[in-house]
Design a protein around this ligand. Sequence first.
Ligand SMILES: NC(=O)c1ccc[n+]([C@@H]2O[C@H](COP(=O)([O-])OP(=O)(O)OC[C@H]3O[C@@H](n4cnc5c(N)ncnc54)[C@H](O)[C@@H]3O)[C@@H](O)[C@H]2O)c1
Length: 296
Amino acid sequence: MNDRADALGGAADRPTVVVTGAGRGLGAAIAAAAAEAGWVVGVLDRDADAAGETAATLGGAAVALEADVADPGSVDNALDRFAGVTGRAAPDGLVCNAGIVRFGPLLDVTLDDWRAVVDVNVTGTFVTARAVTRRVVAAGRTGSIVTVTSMNGVAPGPNAGAYGTTKAGVARLTQQMALEWGPLGIRVNAVAPGLIDAGMSEPIYADPEIRRRRSGAVPLGRLGTGADVAAAVLFLLSDDAAYVTGTELLVDGGVTMSVIATLPRPRSVDTVGDRSVGDGTADHDAVGERAAGDDR
Ligand SMILES: NC(=O)c1ccc[n+]([C@@H]2O[C@H](COP(=O)([O-])OP(=O)(O)OC[C@H]3O[C@@H](n4cnc5c(N)ncnc54)[C@H](O)[C@@H]3O)[C@@H](O)[C@H]2O)c1
């Protein structure tokens, strides 16, 4: 075993992946799942302490990398460091997970907040994915990239500022990269988490009533976890998805598609013959009130 293999805890022959924003939240869960699946993980975060703490929990096959994804110079330095430790010029995989949100109504959102969210979520994804792809191509290798979008990129949420716009942008950027880099042997896919009880959403679910009502709105009957998101990322990252590129995989328990189910409906929709087939979620009285009002 050489020094490099020693540094990786004997994992020098394993595939390598860089996960951005892996100091906490979903990124840390993705990093843990990747390590468990046998990847050597570059735990990249702009918070060096958080990156170090996550890497320490993963044992020998993880390397803490400090970088701001929106800063090409710091991303290159981090990739150089990862290459130095792993002995590979380019990682086999990349997960563009780092992201931020700044809440506020559009009428009041400051340009500083707007630009900060665009910078990390969209520009950071582009900068990191391109830097890795350039290295993969130069090394004559192939690779797999997974971006992390959101159900908010599919449907807007109240007072989400630039967030949903950036996630829709990352979804399209994912397709653009898949189109241009497919011929280079690089697959690019997105995972869109829904209502997840982890990371930036943890404060929302500290309120038991919000937690109960949101869980009840999900067809699968529960909030998602970091492990749910990580499993989808690992699938797209791996050779199991060898013929999948340019797709966005919703990991949301079905909530994003459920808008019609949340609308009030007449009793006739929930009745077969003289038998009620409703699931108890319909607000029939509200429909009746509105219909009566319409009659006047
Ligand atoms: N948690 C959810 O409910 C949820 C739902 C949908 C999508 N997402 C997406 O999942 C991803 C991870 O979110 P999370 O909930 O784990 O967030 P989080 O705030 O818990 O963690 C984000 C991590 O990214 C790091 N980071 C932020 N900006 C960075 C930058 N410029 N460069 C490098 N690192 C940076 C932070 O230091 C932090 O460690 C984000 O892209 C987010 O938009 C999260």
